[in-house]
Design a binder for this molecule. Structure first.
Ligand SMILES: C[S@@+](CC[C@H](N)C(=O)[O-])C[C@H]1O[C@@H](n2cnc3c(N)ncnc32)[C@H](O)[C@@H]1O
Length: 253
């Protein structure tokens, strides 16, 4: 992964190398943008409490970890599994700028990133899917603490539940893929979600360099015929489906 990062870093461009007006705007207002008006302290206070919580929970893992029914400390999971503040706030800007309303969140964990989605789309509908009951119980408690009313939680294996969740939407604006970091499920979930996109939809894939399988999955996705613009930010990959523009792949830092 270190070598992948070096390769990424030397290929990546900043604002000067971007000739697409859409991506230039994305770079300035979303990737490098600031949330001057926003107060995220309520969400970040919940993250702090999770990081201090030494209670053990029984994990059920349907993902690449697959170490089922082993106890793990909430604090350890919060430290290693949640999207850091910087990235969660970038996703907040992405959702609020493009006013995404119908949102699918694959891999709730403790719901920290989901809370950012909820704040970014106060009138939207967020369906968040998680396979581990004890993890989801903590997430639901966090959603109650912040009085959210736009999040629906769906418990169980995404392999089974994604099709049901997606069919409840006429169209899907935004999907965050942060659950099963393996090739086959990633591509299966991607293809399922494609059935409900329009040209303004956006998908975000987490951990695109996490493993050979994830690198291959990202490579398959960027070459898909329905995909037009893809942006590699190393820790995440962003996919747009805009029509009438040349298919292009960007590596940005
Ligand atoms: C990396 S964490 C998600 C972190 C979360 N997006 C955040 O930033 O706050 C991945 C979660 O996906 C769940 N998961 C992985 N594979 C799954 C599957 N096939 N079905 C349901 N949940 C799954 C795991 O239990 C884990 O809680």
């Amino acid at each position: 992964m270190y070598f992948d990062f070096l390769k990424y870093y030397f290929k990546a461009k900043n604002a000067h190398g971007i000739h697409s007006p859409f991506v230039f705007d994305f770079y300035n207002s979303i990737f490098k943008g600031k949330n001057a008006q926003e107060d995220f302290s309520e969400i970040e206070n919940i993250r702090k409490l999770l990081l201090q919580n030494n209670k053990q929970i029984q994990r059920v893992d349907f993902g690449a970890g697959k170490k089922n029914n082993h106890p793990e400390r909430v604090s350890d999971l919060a430290r290693t599994s949640l999207k850091p503040r910087k990235w969660a706030q970038m996703l907040y800007r992405l959702i609020s700028k493009y006013q995404f309303q119908n949102i699918i969140d694959l891999g709730t964990s403790f719901g920290i990133t989901t809370l950012y989605f909820s704040k970014a789309a106060p009138n939207g509908k967020i369906k968040t899917l998680e396979g581990c009951p004890e993890t989801l119980k903590i997430a639901k408690n966090n959603f109650r603490t912040l009085n959210t009313n736009n999040i629906e939680t769906i418990e169980g294996n995404i392999d089974v539940n994604l099709a049901l969740a997606i069919n409840k939407f006429e169209k899907v604006d935004f999907v965050f893929f942060d659950a099963n970091h393996q090739y086959k499920p990633t591509i299966k979930y991607f293809e399922l979600c494609l059935s409900k996109i329009d040209e303004n939809s956006c998908f975000v894939f987490d951990d695109i360099y996490w493993s050979e399988e994830m690198k291959n999955a990202w490579n398959t996705i960027i070459h898909h015929e329905k995909v037009s613009i893809t942006i590699d930010l190393f820790f995440i990959g962003i996919v747009f489906f805009k029509k009438g523009i040349i298919k292009q792949h960007f590596i940005l830092k």
